[in-house]
Design a protein. Structure first.
Length: 171
């Protein structure tokens, strides 16, 4: 009986730590489909989210402290040393604070990057290793994403293999 309780407590601590990696006090909203027929519309209708939804939440939901948009698509990235297809995320500067992403080299995105639609990216550790190998990568190194040249402004040790590359969100 003691062993089972210890396993349960260990599992609980492990799950709490895993969720803390996502962020604390966080709600993630995904597009989906309606389950019931409502307002004269059919059940199973696709619900798509866009940047107007982000603006509406910021304006109308006064108890929500921060709202960050995230757009994720696969894209090919190329350097003079190697290339690959990775999950590229368009995010806003607050993303690293909300999602608890520590930057271990350089910096994360800042408001000026977003305002200027700067061509910069934060590389996940797996992406950096594949694109540059063991070579030292200084901030400002060039990476082509979908044939568009961007500058590397930092890197992080991605806790989730899907978190590979972040760029300023395209509104």
């Amino acid at each position: 009986m003691v062993l089972i309780v210890a396993m349960g407590d260990g599992f609980k601590v492990g799950q709490r730590d895993r969720l803390r990696q996502l962020g604390e006090n966080i709600v993630i909203v995904f597009p989906g489909r309606t389950e019931k027929q409502a307002g004269g519309r059919r059940a199973g209708r696709r619900i798509r989210l866009d940047y107007d939804d982000v603006r509406d939440i910021r304006a109308e939901c006064f108890l929500v402290r921060y709202v960050v948009a995230e757009l994720q698509n696969p894209a090919r990235a190329v350097t003079p040393f190697n290339s690959g297809t990775f999950s590229v995320m368009g995010v806003e500067p607050l993303y690293s604070q909300i999602r608890s992403i520590p930057v271990d080299r350089g910096r994360f995105l800042v408001d000026q990057d977003d305002d200027a639609a700067a061509r910069v990216a934060v590389l996940g550790d797996n992406v950096r290793k594949q694109l540059f190998g063991e070579r030292p990568v200084a901030p400002g190194a060039s990476v082509a994403i979908k044939r568009t040249c961007v500058s590397d402004c930092g890197s992080h040790a991605a806790q989730d293999p899907e978190q590979q590359l972040q760029r300023p969100g395209q509104r």
